[in-house]
Ligand binder design. Structure first.
Ligand SMILES: [Zn+2]
Length: 126
């Protein structure tokens, strides 16, 4: 009986040891998920672009008159452009915040060594 319990315990420990890299990788992937603000701006852009193509079809089908079409098109274009600008600004800000500064050289995100002086940078993922 003791041998049986011991073998189950060994199998459990071995299984955890084997699965550890997989579990660690999953945590790293979750930390990489796009933040809500960027995702929100992307969704607004997608919705505005979809609406733009929809009003284009409706105009071509004769369901919208030219003044309504022009007004809607101008409004939706402005929405799409502002959403694109917002997403770009957020991405740029996030990139500059996550880049690593060493000496005078600003290293891109994920760098392990400084591109300016060659010093090893802090390994954030280990
Ligand atoms: Zn450096």
């Amino acid at each position: 009986m003791t041998l049986f319990i011991l073998s189950i315990l060994m199998a459990g420990v071995t299984g955890l040891y084997v699965a550890r890299p997989i579990l660690a990788r999953r945590a790293a992937l979750l930390a990489d998920v796009t933040p809500g603000e960027v995702q929100d701006a992307d969704m607004r852009r997608t919705a505005a672009l979809a609406s733009l193509s929809e009003i284009e079809y409706e105009f071509l089908a004769g369901k919208l008159d030219e003044t309504d079409y022009a007004e809607l098109r101008r409004k939706l274009s402005r929405e799409a452009l502002s959403a694109i600008d917002r997403a770009d600004a957020l991405r740029t800000r996030r990139e500059s915040e996550s880049s690593l500064q060493c000496c005078e050289y600003r290293n891109p995100p994920g760098s392990r060594f400084c591109g300016g002086c060659g010093e090893p940078l802090l390994a954030a993922d280990e």
